[in-house]
Ligand binder design. Structure first.
Ligand code: ADP
Ligand code: MG
Length: 289
């Protein structure tokens, strides 16, 4: 019987440990390699990111952190497949991303995109019905599974105005998850919320992650939010965005806020974000730990 073709990520993983008996690192789910992104207007070329690279593994809460205008949203749009890199490449499951697809779902800001005249179940079923991905019976089946996963089973017949902010977030995520994407994309989803609600939504997101272990690529310009929400943080320089550093933050949540370790990491990130010597930092290359 002919052997199935070996997929690229397997090859890459194998090359990572060339016969040393060290187990190969699992291939990343999403790989962004040397990606430069540009907007072209009639008069100008605006470079949004310059040779940005990072890997997202399954169940990562991967945060892109950087000041406004550094290209975070543009990067997310490129991962979603709306913009093509002028340099470098983006792969998901080893396949080059060159168009939007149901394997990547954008969850939009504030979750107010739930249709007020539809129940939770109706909302979750809606995109499956519009995209005709499956029969009505299967859409219902998938929607119910997804609603159960986010623990909204008791509220499946409720309308959005009857739900708290956190429950609306769960419904919006259930709707995205019903399409069975590999990764959720969130662009500053809590930016417009007041501080208390924002904190509550971050906690809800973490609780939901504990339940379902989804993979999320999350954009923010807030250091606190990055440290609380992220398991890994990619720090980008101001315009055009370049990688300053990639850090671990999986050990932190709101309970650590105000603690010495949290404050030290915050200071470290702040210093990296606002380091003046862009050239010197670039010459040293991105830091990893
Ligand atoms: N549609 C567009 N046309 C031209 N330039 C754009 C467009 N969208 C964003 N930009 C520019 O690209 C850069 C990165 O923008 P963006 O990705 O929105 O940054 P961020 O999300 O980090 O705030 C900025 O300089 C912005 O002005
Ligand atoms: Mg943005």
């Amino acid at each position: 019987m002919p052997r199935p073709p070996v997929e690229e990520p397997v090859m890459e993983a194998a090359m990572a440990s060339p016969g040393l008996g060290v187990p190969a690192a699992p291939a990343p789910l999403l790989s962004v390699q040397g990606v430069s992104l540009q907007y072209r207007t009639r008069e100008h070329v605006i470079t949004a990111t310059h040779r940005v690279g990072f890997d997202v593994h399954r169940s990562d809460r991967f945060v892109l952190l950087g000041p406004s205008g550094c290209g975070k949203s543009t990067l997310l749009k490129a991962v979603a497949g709306f913009i093509r890199p002028v340099e470098g490449r983006i792969t998901l499951n080893g396949r080059v991303v060159d168009r939007p697809g149901p394997d990547r779902m954008m969850v939009f800001q504030e979750f107010d995109q739930l249709l007020p005249w539809k129940t939770v179940l109706g909302n979750v079923m809606f995109p499956m019905q519009v995209s005709r991905c499956c029969s009505r019976a299967e859409a219902r089946e998938r929607a119910l599974r997804s609603i159960d996963k986010v623990k909204l089973g008791k509220f499946r017949d409720a309308y959005p105005h009857m739900l708290s902010g956190g429950m609306k977030q769960r419904a919006a995520i259930a709707r995205a998850m019903a399409l069975e994407p590999d990764i959720l994309l969130m662009d500053e989803p809590f930016a417009a919320l007041d501080a208390l609600t924002r904190r509550q939504m971050q906690d809800e997101l973490l609780a939901l992650w504990e339940d379902t272990r989804f993979t999320v690529l999350f954009v923010t310009h807030s250091i606190e939010e990055a440290v609380v929400v992220g398991s890994r943080i990619l720090i980008l320089s101001p315009h055009p965005g370049r990688v300053r550093a990639e850090l671990n933050a999986h050990q932190f949540d709101h309970r650590h806020q105000g603690g010495a370790e949290f404050a030290a990491l915050h200071r470290r990130i702040h210093a990296m974000l606002f380091a003046e010597a862009d050239g010197a930092a670039a010459a040293r290359g991105p830091k990893h730990d």
